[in-house]
Design a protein around this ligand. Sequence first.
Ligand code: NAD
Ligand code: UD1
Length: 337
Amino acid sequence: MRIILTGGAGYIGSHTAAVLVERGHEVIILDNFVNAERDVPARLKSLTGREITIIEADIRSTEAVTAALQAHRVDAVIHFAALKAVGESEADPLLYYDINIIGTIRLLQSMQAAGIGRIVFSSSATVYGQPDSSPILENAPTRVENIYGRTKLVMEDLIRDLARVGKLKAAANLRYFNPVGAHPSALIGETPRGVPNNLMPYVTQVATGERPYLNVFGKDYPTRDGTGERDYIHVMDLAVAHAMALEHICGNDVSVTVNLGTGHGTTVLELVKAFETVTGKTIPVSIAPRRAGDVASYYADPALAQRLFGWKATLNLEDMCRDSWRWQAKRAGINDV
Ligand code: NAD
Ligand code: UD1
């Protein structure tokens, strides 16, 4: 298939691009580079051996996006482009409504104008808010707890509505749990802007010496060791899931909403220990108060993805730590990996 990836130069999009090319699909990236490095296309080329067409455009520019979709006669869209920082969304809600919600409406309009009816969308486990229990099934209640989460739920609803009334032929809302890791080549990975909010990028920056220690946000949660528990998933497993979901919905013209996680919970201290074991680095920690808005524990029930399109995570916590470290160490010019 020929696929346009909005936000395809970003963290998850670039890994998905690599996997799609490997599976024989043709990939076109549409990105405005607001949160992507300019050399990602070149790095993807050295990884895949293929020139990937890059269209520099904003998803809100219906003219440019419609023209791109028509010119390349694409079969489907994978929609990654969005802003994703919870704190920033609370500080500037209108920016998030504009890029995430209006941006998605504009993209859907462009798709309709170009006659493209198949989409895979990057949703998030954030739509479950504070879940009643884990493992979480797709039919668990959705709850909005911040502006970012609101935009993800609205975007999912828009896509489900259009599929229900037949304006989309096929759609997949993919609810990612906690993506971490990098391509094993260390050619692509995650580059957070400024101080990382998320755990794994913070840990890797402590390991390189860029940050002195990790603040562990809360040690009084009702979990095994009192620290927050999450379902970390390797970005390569996530990338493969996009390809399989795409092939499933396009092959059957169906619409689905699916969790993408491993089904296993890991606490903050367990992740730190695994990272230390795999890398031989010491990660000093300091216990800090709970972070506002954090959930004690959540992890996926990923059985539906396996049932529908045969996907199951194959990489474990050690793989996630090793590949996160390899990427960050290379960026920091450390050669011991
Ligand atoms: P990312 O920021 O690395 O990638 C997003 C890409 O979209 C970037 O390359 C950015 O330049 C581009 N972009 C942003 N606004 C755009 C616009 N208006 N027009 C065109 N391009 C635009 O983020 P990511 O981690 O790869 O996340 C991809 C998607 O997955 C996002 O929708 C995010 O909300 C969702 N998601 C991410 C996580 C996570 O932990 N990384 C978890 C759940 C869901
Ligand atoms: C966060 C976002 C969520 C988003 C997800 C993307 C919040 C409240 N939630 O989720 O909406 O979808 O990122 O991956 O921002 N931790 C520390 N010290 C740190 C950083 C994190 O102890 O410096 C802990 C957290 O308290 C949590 C765990 O590590 O228990 C994971 O945190 P993080 O990587 O930020 O992910 P989420 O909180 O799950």
